[in-house]
Design a protein around this ligand. Structure first.
Ligand SMILES: [Zn+2]
Length: 294
């Protein structure tokens, strides 16, 4: 009995020793600001700005698309405990209003990071406009500032960290912006065929033209008449590539590519974990565009 107790005592002593001695400068995850983001690019912005003051969860799982996504009960739980919900806005998260009211979380700050941006008109089922703002790094800079301001609002003590991190990351986005301008300047053609209308902001900001899309409604296979239209356009612009995307079936893109003598290349608007990085994803996309347009 005595032996058992003294062992327990030494365990307790060890525990307290660890509390004092093992406390790394990293903020313990319990006290980090819980942040939920809809898509990986926005989660990356939140991590870049928040550093180790935040703990970020992403809602849209890898390989899924926000256009066809349904929140799970576990994710609703995460939103009910979060301090910040980082959304894109412009209708991308058409499910978010329902989710926020179901989460019933009075401490939650919801930030629509596209607020304040110039929005490009969308398709008929996108009355608010085209939502894919994050795919232009110039818009991303604004979204990073929106994330910074939301974090400062819920955690004002961290203002210096958030501001310095945002400045550093925006400098990296500026370098990416310059890299894209330099690369696009060497393209021999500026017209491309996208899988869905995800690249309209990229096209607007860097002087490219989306000549056609494979899927007008993301996740819905095009009709034979629509396929014939895209094939015609691909021949007209002498497209070297038809772009597909990893979140959707590329069957239709393949049919169009075969009919028009092009190849299928993949652009990725959302990215893949682990170690997801917006800058790397955009550099990958730029390389694939170069293969088709240079
Ligand atoms: Zn999309």
């Amino acid at each position: 009995m005595l032996n058992h107790c003294s062992r327990l005592a030494s365990l307790i002593a060890l525990f307290f020793f660890c509390l004092a001695g093992c406390a790394a400068p990293v903020t313990p995850s319990m006290s980090r600001v819980p942040v939920v983001a809809s898509i990986l690019p926005l989660a990356d912005f939140a991590r870049q700005v928040g550093g180790d003051r935040v703990k970020v969860t992403t809602l849209i799982p890898p390989g899924a698309s926000p256009h066809t996504y349904e929140p799970t009960p576990a994710q609703l739980q995460a939103v009910s405990r979060a301090r910040v919900l980082v959304l894109n806005g412009v209708g991308l998260e058409y499910w978010a209003d329902k989710m926020v009211s179901a989460a019933n979380n009075p401490n939650l700050v919801v930030v629509n990071t596209a607020d304040g941006l110039d929005i490009v008109a969308g398709d008929q089922d996108e009355p608010g406009g085209n939502p894919h703002v994050w795919l232009s790094p110039r818009n991303a800079m604004h979204q990073v500032e929106m994330v910074r301001d939301a974090l400062v609002r819920v955690d004002p003590v961290g203002v210096e960290t958030y501001s310095a991190n945002a400045d550093r990351y925006i400098t990296e986005l500026r370098a990416l912006d310059q890299e894209i301008r330099d690369t696009v300047a060497a393209f021999s053609t500026r017209k491309f065929i996208a899988f869905h209308a995800a690249w309209v902001y990229f096209a607007r900001d860097y002087g490219l033209t989306q000549a056609a899309v494979v899927e007008r409604t993301p996740g819905q296979e095009p009709s034979p008449a629509e396929i014939a239209d895209v094939v015609r356009m691909a021949r007209t612009i002498q497209a070297r590539a038809i772009f597909a995307e990893p979140q959707f079936s590329y069957k239709a893109a393949q049919v169009i590519a075969e009919e028009s003598g092009a190849q299928v290349l993949f652009l990725d608007p959302l990215g893949q974990p682990p170690d997801y990085c917006y800058l790397d994803m955009m550099r990958y996309n730029l390389r694939e565009m170069s293969r088709a347009l240079k």
